[in-house]
Design a protein around this ligand. Structure first.
Ligand code: NAI
Ligand code: SOE
Length: 390
């Protein structure tokens, strides 16, 4: 079994999720071709880095991410920092011959996403962008049904991503509300996941017409550090402007002919990680809600009329990656499992010399849709999305 040394940059929310995944891969996927080794973690300061190394189980720590790139013992660079740092880190890592897994969205600007895509195309190593929701077994099962033709030709796709962590005007101005760091608001942060799911399940989006809205124009300044995602409220002190969208709604036309709608907001009280998908085909329908992520709802036209309706399939050992997960359906698939499956697919590609999706080309294709959505929200016009060269 090949040991693969990982250098992880960023020890916040995603640093935790990815560290859990590295520990989980051999526990779930065994025997394994590759054993991830938590070699070094980089954080913004030496103290944060040392703390993250102890907590997440890394042998070494550093406050200089470039030392990870320069370390010949490190095989994989994992980028879990705010969006504006992705491009510089990923390009340096690819040029140094590392395999790279980078959090979504690929970058905070279209130009950076394009540069990352170009360098990835030229490199011989594995690259992946971490749109992990497509690794939810129920979503992978939906993909299997669609590929088998179980719901016929796809007519339409409706996708939402609704949250409420920032609906309070006193939720601090984290990096997610600053264009120079995040690139955009709900569009890049959460609609990007729905765009990835639409591309995965239906195919590429060709045209969009959109609107965006910013409800809360300023927020309390956050001292520093990881995003508290609305958990810390600040009732007094200085406030600064928000220059990104809180909400986005868009109509889409797919290259293959289907139509659809995508929505995302971080201001929907009562909605938490409300990713919903509804897909109608000529032979049936599929519905999914991440808040009940063990379940896939399906309805088939071929059922007798007196019993036709949505039925619930609970994902388990008979479904994608089920052999590696839990022995009984409905024990509870979690966010952690999606990250473990993602990491396993990434390491399998490294072990076999293959490729893994979504890769940087897919991340760039999502970025092109995000860009078209923001342009269309300005102009009010239908805007076309160029096709990425692969
Ligand atoms: P976070 O704010 O919790 O963590 C980011 C960490 O990066 C912080 O601890 C910060 O100190 C560190 N950092 C900043 N500059 C650094 C530098 N120069 N060197 C080393 N460390 C540095 O943010 P979070 O939520 O973990 O987000 C990180 C990335 O992951 C973002 O791109 C975000 O969009 C993505 N994300 C993806 C999710 C998914 O479901 N796939 C979920 C949450 C975030
Ligand atoms: C905040 O909206 C956030 O952490 C996003 O950044 C993630 O991508 C999403 O999966 C969970 O919510």
């Amino acid at each position: 079994m090949k040991k693969v040394n990982v250098g992880l940059i960023g020890g916040g929310f995603m640093g935790k999720a990815h560290s859990l995944a590295y520990a989980g891969v051999p526990m779930f996927f065994w025997p394994a071709d590759v054993m991830p080794v938590k070699h070094t973690i980089a954080e913004a300061t030496p103290e944060l880095a040392a703390d993250a190394a102890t907590r997440f189980g890394f042998a070494g720590s550093t406050s200089d991410w470039r030392s990870i790139i320069d370390d010949p013992d490190i095989d994989v660079v994992d980028i879990a920092t705010p969006n504006n740092l992705h491009a510089e880190m990923a390009i340096a890592a690819l040029r140094a011959g590392k395999h790279v897994i980078c959090e979504k969205p690929l970058a905070h600007t279209l130009e950076d996403a394009e540069r990352m895509h170009r360098v990835a195309l030229e490199s011989q190593t594995v690259n992946m962008v971490a749109f992990n929701y497509r690794r939810t077994p129920a979503v992978a099962l939906a993909k299997k049904y669609i590929e088998e033709g179980a719901i016929g030709d796809i007519l339409n796709f409706r996708g939402t991503y609704l949250q409420d962590w920032s609906a309070d005007p006193n939720s601090p101005l984290s990096w997610r509300f600053t264009k120079a760091v995040a690139g955009s608001g709900a569009v890049g942060d959460i609609l990007s996941h729905v765009i990835d799911l639409a591309h995965y399940l239906v195919g590429d989006i060709a045209e969009v017409t959109s609107l965006t809205k910013t409800y809360i124009k300023d927020r309390p300044v956050q001292s520093s550090g990881s995003d508290s995602l609305g958990n810390a409220k600040v009732d007094s002190g200085p406030r600064a402007s928000v220059d990104v969208d809180d909400e986005v709604m868009t109509l889409v036309k797919f290259r293959g002919g289907a139509v659809g709608s995508l929505e995302a907001t971080r201001n929907a009280w009562g909605r938490n990680n409300f990713i919903t998908l509804e897909i109608h085909g000529t032979e049936g329908s599929i519905a999914f809600n991440y808040e009940n992520r063990d379940e896939l709802q399906v309805c088939f036209r071929s059922d007798e009329g007196d019993r036709r309706g949505f039925r619930t399939v609970y994902t388990g050992p008979n479904h994608p990656n089920g052999h590696a997960l839990w022995p009984i359906p409905a024990l509870g698939i979690g966010y952690g499992e999606t990250k473990i499956i993602e990491a396993n697919d990434f390491f399998t590609a490294i072990a076999t010399g293959g490729e893994v999706r979504p890769n940087f080309a897919d991340g760039y294709q999502v970025a092109l849709v995000e860009h078209a959505i923001l342009e269309s929200a300005e102009s009010g016009a239908w805007t076309s999305v160029p096709e990425v060269d692969r």
